[in-house]
Design a binder for this molecule. Sequence first.
Ligand code: 8X3
Length: 258
Amino acid sequence: MAISMKDKVVFVTGGGAGIGAATALEFAKLGAKVMVCARREATLQEIVPKLREAGASDVHAFVLDVRDPEAVANAFAGLPESWQAVDVLVNNAGLSRGLTKMYEDDIQNWEEMIDTNVKGLLYVTRAVVPGMVKRNNGHVINLGSTAGHMTYPGGGVYCASKAAEKAITEGLRIDVNGTAVRVASIDPGMVETDFSLVRFRGDAEKAAKVYANASPLTPEDVAETIAWVATREPNVMIQTVVMTAVSQANAFVLARKS
Ligand code: 8X3
C-alpha cells in the first residue's frame, strides 16, 4: 500500500530543473506541500506555477546555493514553522564539471563538485534532519549515482563525490537508527537532463553526443522512483535504488541504436 503524500512537506534541493524539477512535480501531483530551492531565480519562477497547476497543496520556493553553510542554516531557520517541518527531504542539488584526467584538471571543477555534491548535501541534512529526529518522522532521499559504484575515465572526482554520498547516506542511516526517520539513496545512471551541458560548461554539441541514440532515463523515470520510495509503508525502508536505462549495462557498456 502507498502512504499518502497529501499535505506532506516535501523539500527538493536543486528543484528548478532536471531530476529536481521532475521530482517536485511528481510530489505536487500527489497533493504535497512542495518546497524547492535552486541557485537560479529564473528556474524557480518557471517551476512554481507548474507545481501549483500540478496539484501541490502549497508551494514555497527560495534561492539558495547549498555550497554556503551559513546561507543554508539561515534560509532554513528563516522559514515559516510549517515549512520547517519537512516530511521528505530530497537532497538532489548536484553537478558534474569536466571530464578530463585528474592530474590535468582545473581545481575549480573539483571545488564545485565537492562543495555541492558532498558538502552542500551535508549542510542541508544538518539543517533539516534534527527536526525530523525530534518529530520522530521523516524521510531523507539522497541523489546518488551509478558513478558512486563504478569510476569511469575522466570522472574520478565526480565519482568520488557520489561515492561520498553513498557513505554519507549509510552513515546517516546509522545515526538515525532507533527513530522513525528513513534514509534512501537513488542511484541513476545516464539521465537526459542538463547534466552533461553543465559538465561541459554549455557545449551543447558535446553534451548531445553523450545521450545520442542511447535511450537514457528521463528525469520523470527517476522522479517516479523517488515518489515510490517515499510512499512505502512507514515500516519499510528502501535503502538503495540503482537504476539505469535498459541500454546501459554499466558505466562502460552502453548499447546505442545505430
Ligand atoms: C550521472 C550518471 O554516468 O552520467 O550521475 O555520471 S553518469
